[in-house]
Structure formats: structure tokens, C-alpha cells
Design a protein around this ligand. Structure first.
Ligand SMILES: *Cc1c(COP(=O)(O)O)cnc(C)c1O
Length: 382
């Protein structure tokens, strides 16, 4: 058992050493292939699509941080989800959050369904509703909590219990809170998914994806699919995520503090109709959040009074940048309707609240006063 504190684990990572120089930073093993000591022998590394020391260090580190057994690192978060979906067969049925990252929504609707996997989408707010959807061929539950961009919170313990009693694979996308604030495997889930592009990398400079599991056999299966599909993370990108993880706790605490401050401020502004931040006590998921996570993160969605004001804010921000993505040191503002969720049919999108007045903020590490002033000037006369 690893008894080190979380932040120490983030900095030191997995203990296994790969070289003898005493290098403090994990070396980047930029090698496609590895020579064999003799016929039938291996150093444990054969070819970098299968294993690579730098990637393995990242995988073992995130497995420990997520309280899992093993992890696999992919070139993007979507490569991780795509590989995960190969566990399912034609005819299998999956129950998924109805408010998902746009890319996962696109994958399920445009690819997984074509291969015969069936989905039911539901809010995940009420375990009874989820249970009512379970059929003979239901094999999995796919959850994001909090969801992107509507910040709905799901009771992960309840879902894990439900999954267990019906032998369903419980998969949780933990991109928004990271293991620093939430550990779904410890709450009973089977698979954790990450877009490492976001908080784990943390600097808006690389793409990555991760799957973390508790079960040894499940890891074997997924490694087979991962090496066969080949969407693995490169040694250099692995190193960037290793480096990002070192400062994960300190970044997230600072981002959360600024996010809470800005969420409260936004709520008071006459141009704002609604603020979705799970750290606000009147958020419907507040109590569940407190019971299963140790923090609220740095993501805020908010609805302004008109579409023209939403567009004005996007045009006028100066410190905050109008760009897709989240979790980095730079504060970004997103227009979900046009960007992350642009491919979702309008009626479906609007029913969820992803309308032309909704904006999403990912709070970075700039001075919170500068962020506030920037929002204030961008909202002026709106
Ligand atoms: C960004 C994101 C993904 C996809 O990750 P990529 O690295 O962009 O492929 C999946 N889930 C969530 C919640 C995300 O924010």
C-alpha cells in the first residue's frame, strides 16, 4: 500500500526506476523499439506501441493516484474512450449520461451505434430511472460527473452499487475533478477515463487520454485492444503529462479558489441569469459533491440574459481567451453551442440548457482580479 500523501505521489510518481543516472526528472525514452538480450528474452520493452518506459511511468503514476491497479495512456481522451468501446459487442446496451462531452456523444452516435452498440441516455440524477432502463443485454453505465457543460452531479456510489448488482461495467469520465478531488474507483466504479489534455497536463500544450482500471483481467483485455488499435501516447507527450501532474494539486486549489470567487460574483450581476458551479451551496448537486469529492474544481458555466451579450463577451474578453478546452493555466471561455457541443442536434441541445446564451469558463492561474475586471469590461453595456 502506498501511504504517501497525494501531493507527494504527484511529484515523485511511481517508484520504479528505469535508469541508473539518478535523473530526477523521468527520462524521455524516445525509442520506437528495444533490443533483446538474446533469443526469446526481453527487457520488458519490445516496441513502443506496446510498452515504453516513459509512458509506463505515467500509467503507473496515474493508476496509483486514482487508487486503481493499472492504467493505459492514449494519444487523446477520445482515443481512450474509443478503445474502451471495443470492449462491447454488437447488441450490447449501454446507459449513458444525457449531458456528455460532445466528442463522446459524437463517438456513441456516429460510430459505436453503427457497430451495433445500443445506448439509452438519461440524466443519471435518479438511480431508479437508471435501473428502469436496464435490459437483458445492458453491459455498462457511462457517466461524467460533473457533466460538461451543465455541471450535473451523479451519485457515483449509488451508480457503482447499481452496476455491481446487475454486473455492469461502471465507467466514469473524471476529467473535470481529477483524482485530486474525486476517485471514482475508490467509490466503486470499474473504469476511470481522463482527457489528460485538461487538468492533468494542465498547460494547454498537449493532448492525452487515460484509462484506469482496478481489475487485472480488464487491464489485460484493454492492453490487447490498445496495442492493436495503436492510439498510444508518445514518449514526449507522456513526459509532459508526468510534468503536469507534479503541480496538479497546487494548480487545482488555486483554480478552485478563483472559480468560487468568480461564480459568486457572476451570480450578483444583473446580466447573468444563472450560474452553474458545483461549489455554490444552491447547486442541486452540492450535497452529493460534498459526500463523494473533496473539491469542486475550476469549471463554471453561466447563462447570460441574451445571445447578443454572450457574443459580446466572447468578442471583448482580453485576458480570458475564447478557445475550446479546459483545465490549463490559461483561463478560457467557450461557447458550447458552437464549439464543444456544435454537433448535437438543436432540440436535444436546447432541452439540456445548452442554448445561445450559455458560456463556459475554465478558470486558469491568472490573478483573479484581472479575470474579474476582464469579465466586467466584457459585460459592460450588455
Ligand atoms: C476534452 C474531453 C474529452 C476528450 O479528450 P481529448 O483529449 O480532447 O480527446 C473527454 N471527456 C471530457 C470530459 C473532456 O473534457
Amino acid at each position: 500500500m502506498n501511504k504517501k500523501a497525494f501531493n507527494t505521489q504527484c511529484i515523485h510518481g511511481d517508484e520504479k526506476k528505469y535508469d541508473t543516472t539518478g535523473a530526477v526528472s523521468m527520462p524521455i525514452y524516445q525509442s520506437a523499439t528495444f533490443a533483446h538480450p538474446s533469443v526469446g528474452e526481453s527487457t520488458g520493452f519490445d516496441y513502443s506501441r506496446l510498452q515504453n518506459p516513459t509512458r509506463e511511468h505515467l500509467e503507473n503514476t496515474i493508476a496509483q493516484l486514482e487508487a486503481g491497479h493499472k492504467a493505459l495512456a492514449f494519444s487523446t481522451g477520445m482515443a481512450a474512450v474509443t478503445t474502451l468501446m471495443t470492449l462491447f459487442e454488437p447488441g450490447d446496451h449501454i446507459i449513458a449520461s444525457d449531458d456528455l462531452y460532445g466528442g463522446s456523444h459524437r463517438l456513441f452516435h456516429h460510430i459505436s451505434m453503427r457497430y451495433g452498440i445500443r445506448f439509452s441516455f438519461t440524466s443519471m440524477a435518479d438511480p431508479k430511472e437508471v435501473e428502469a432502463l436496464i435490459e437483458k443485454d445492458t453491459k455498462g453505465i457511462f457517466i461524467e460527473s460533473p457533466t460538461n457543460p451543465m455541471m450535473q452531479v451523479t451519485d457515483l456510489r449509488q451508480m457503482a452499487l447499481l452496476g455491481k448488482s446487475h454486473s455492469l461495467l461502471v465507467m466514469v469520465d473524471n476529467t473535470f475533478l481529477t483524482p485530486y478531488y474525486q476517485r471514482p474507483l475508490a467509490l466503486g466504479a470499474d473504469v476511470v477515463i481522463h482527457s489528460g489534455t485538461k487538468y492533468l497536463g494542465g498547460h494547454n500544450d498537449t493532448l492525452a487520454g487515460l484509462l484506469v482500471v482496478k481489475d487485472v483481467d480488464l487491464h489485460e483485455k484493454l492492453s490487447f485492444y490498445a496495442k492493436t488499435i495503436g492510439a498510444c501516447l508518445s514518449p514526449f507527450d507522456s513526459w509532459l503529462i508526468i510534468r503536469g501532474i507534479k503541480t496538479l494539486p497546487i494548480r487545482m486549489d488555486y483554480q478552485q479558489k478563483s472559480a468560487l470567487f468568480l461564480a459568486k460574483w457572476l451570480k450578483e450581476q444583473r446580466q447573468i441569469k444563472h450560474v452553474y458551479y458545483i461549489g455554490l451551496e444552491d447547486h442541486p448537486g452540492y450535497n452529493i459533491s460534498i459526500s463523494q469529492a473533496s473539491g469542486f474544481g475550476g469549471m463554471i458555466s453561466f447563462e447570460v440574459t441574451s445571445e447578443s451579450l454572450a457574443r459580446q463577451i466572447l468578442e471583448k474578453v482580453k485576458v480570458i481567451q475564447y478557445a475550446e478546452s479546459l483545465g490549463g493555466v490559461e483561463t478560457l471561455i467557450t461557447y458550447p453551442m458552437l464549439q464543444t457541443h456544435g454537433d448535437i442536434p438543436k432540440p436535444e441541445r436546447e432541452a439540456k440548457g445548452i442554448n445561445e446564451r450559455l458560456l463556459r469558463l475554465s478558470i486558469g492561474l491568472e490573478s483573479v482580479e484581472d479575470l474579474l475586471k476582464d469579465l466586467e469590461q466584457a459585460m459592460e453595456d450588455g
